[in-house]
Design a binder for this molecule. Structure first.
Ligand code: HSE
Length: 429
């Protein structure tokens, strides 16, 4: 007899609706794979009057999520309401009652991932969270399964579709930041509060989740440097291009002996870097491990269909495990001795854009302060000539220590010949 797996969805926005739709439409396809019948039994949302791409059948629609949590016949609960509460309570109550949970909640998991995996293990059930990072790209699955035998040494990701779309549009179409953001919102990529995308917080939450999986250490997005793309101007994109670089919002985590260096910030990457051609809403994760060497995972990182693809992959996988009726505990060895590498000690190359008066001696004063702070200049661009007004002076440094760069900029910005706050962008080679 075919095994039945009963599913309840809490939160029928874009991703929830798409998940419910595919579950109803592709039911027979899924069961033909592995003999499990995946049955959507309840779909919960507080507002069923909202316009949707599709409506679940009326008899499945409910408004109170307690009806899902307390339903003993449900095997898998899909949590798609996001944010911290009530999602945290919902997930905990479901796991405690032995239900498996599939969630896309990056906000919650960036703080509570290991706690919830542990709760799932203790209750002999499962937590699926592929959809929390990089949409349809199987990055969690790769880290937990495909690359499980590796020591992961570094992760460099473009993890936010909205900001990648904005930077691509500013580069390729010469669009303004605001116009590009409007298009991203129209296409449904941006968060309901797009400041989460732009500030880098969304990428940081995703970096915390994959780094926790990769380094077996609880990492929160409150633990590391986060800078967004709001200060990137069209001229930074043009100067970078002239220097042979593209500007991308990167999420980086690297093993450094006994610590991990984590950061999210815009970065200049060489035009021939593997991540330089990742455009529009696409995401990519470049991983390095001791056995597989390096690997690039690439695909759609935002949008309802991509996220639903990841949610459904967890549902199918967990359904197989449930129907096998033997629990496979998620073994997560925690490495407690790992610490977070202090950001002031990062060493990289830097792009600096000064806005300075075009007068004799200005460049010499800037160079002197850089030299005093052990920062060596690799190249300089000054395009415009204008003795009356300030002009942009762009420098690319050799490798320097973050603490020295910050100290030098602070000193340079106090000079009377410097007319605006200096822009600094790190370089990732
Ligand atoms: N706002 C997110 C992004 C959606 O732009 O990548 C996917 O998490």
């Amino acid at each position: 007899m075919r095994k039945k797996v009963n599913i309840g969805i809490i939160g029928c926005g874009v991703v929830g609706t798409q998940t419910a739709l595919v579950l109803c439409k592709k039911k027979s396809l899924f069961s033909s794979y592995n003999g499990v019948e995946y049955r959507l039994r309840k779909a919960c949302d507080i507002d069923w009057n909202q316009k949707r791409q599709w409506m679940p059948p009326e008899q499945l629609r409910i408004r109170d999520y307690n009806e899902i949590i307390d339903d003993p016949d449900l095997d898998i609960v899909v949590e798609l309401i996001g944010k911290f509460q009530p999602a945290y309570e919902i997930i905990k109550r479901c796991l405690e009652s032995g239900k498996a949970v599939v969630t896309a909640n990056k906000f919650l998991l960036s703080k509570k991932l290991l706690e919830l995996i542990d709760l799932a293990n203790r209750n002999k059930t499962y937590l699926g969270f592929e959809a929390s990072v990089a949409g349809a790209i199987p990055v969690i699955k790769s880290l937990r399964e495909s690359f499980a035998a590796n020591r992961i040494n570094s992760i460099i990701g473009i993890l936010n579709g909205t900001t990648n779309f904005i930077l691509s549009s500013m580069t390729e179409k010469k669009q303004s930041f605001q116009d590009a953001l409007l298009s991203a919102r129209r296409l449904g990529y941006a968060e309901s509060d797009p400041s989460l995308d732009i500030s880098g917080r969304d990428s940081a939450q995703k970096l915390a989740i994959i780094s926790t999986c990769a380094f077996h250490h609880p990492i929160s997005d409150d633990d590391f440097l986060i800078e967004g793309i709001d200060k990137i101007e069209a001229e930074d994109i043009d100067f970078s291009s002239e220097l042979g670089y593209r500007v991308k919002l990167l999420a980086v985590s690297k093993r450094m002996n006994d610590s991990i260096s984590l950061r999210v910030h815009p970065a200049l990457i060489p035009k021939n870097h593997m991540l330089a051609d990742v455009e529009d809403v696409y995401n990519a994760v470049y991983l390095q491990g001791d056995l597989f060497g390096s690997s690039l995972l690439y695909g759609e990182g935002a949008g309802g269909r991509a996220a639903a693809s990841a949610v459904l992959s967890d549902i199918i996988e967990i359904g197989k495990k449930i129907s096998a009726q033997s629990h496979f505990s998620e073994h997560f060895v925690v490495e407690p001795e790992i610490s977070i590498f202090p950001v002031e000690r990062i060493e990289t190359r830097y792009y600096l854009r000064f806005t300075a008066l075009d007068r004799p001696g200005v460049l010499a004063r800037v160079a002197e302060i850089l030299g005093k702070n052990n920062i060596s200049i690799a190249s300089v661009i000054q395009k415009k000539e204008n003795p009356e007004h300030a002009v942009p002076i762009v420098m690319l440094t050799h490798r320097a220590v973050e603490k020295n760069i910050r100290r030098a900029i602070e000193e340079i910005d106090k000079l009377s010949c410097i007319k605006k706050t200096t822009r600094m962008i790190r370089v990732e080679e």
